[in-house]
Design a protein around this ligand. Structure first.
Ligand code: DQA
Length: 149
């Protein structure tokens, strides 16, 4: 099984960026952890980060042609604005878990709405970087259960 972990804008700045909200783990450490968490559940993981909406749309489309089984995605600020990313997820139909490091529901009102949630099979909010581990494990279980059904 192949998973793609996508991180949106400013997540390459983890550890520098508002550590009181997003923690002290660097992006490189997050990538290493996500790859390990994929291995732990028998999944081949790849990570992608971009600060550009179109590049994220392109990568989601590519995942379809690469036959990626699942996406774990923190769309970052594009969560709240991007119909294009929502449409790419709907176009490809790849089961996607949405992850947010912070608890967006207790922050500014503009962070309360998510376009990506309209396509996601699950959303994990406010569990820190552990949310990625939960998302990867949940998606592996979900896809294995689906393939038996
Ligand atoms: C975020 C929350 C978003 O509102 C914000 O724009 C981000 C990160 C999170 O992981 O908590 O960049 O997705």
């Amino acid at each position: 099984m192949q998973f793609l972990i996508i991180n949106g804008p400013n997540l390459n700045m983890l550890s520098i960026r508002e550590p009181a909200i997003y923690g002290s783990m660097t992006y490189d450490d997050l990538v290493a952890s996500c790859l390990t968490w994929c291995q732990d559940v028998g999944v081949d993981g790849k990570c992608f980060q971009s600060n550009h909406e179109g590049a994220i749309v392109d990568r989601i489309q590519q995942a379809y042609f690469d036959k990626v089984d699942g996406i774990v995605m923190n769309p970052a600020a594009y969560t709240h604005t991007s119909v294009a990313i929502l449409d790419a997820l709907k176009a490809t139909g790849i089961p996607t878990v949405e992850v947010h490091i912070s608890d967006v529901h207790t922050r500014e009102a503009f962070r309360h709405h998510s376009y990506v949630s309209l396509a996601a099979v699950k959303t994990i909010i406010g569990h820190g970087v552990q949310g990625y581990q939960e998302g990867i494990a949940w998606l592996a279980d979900y896809l294995r259960a689906q393939s038996k059904a």
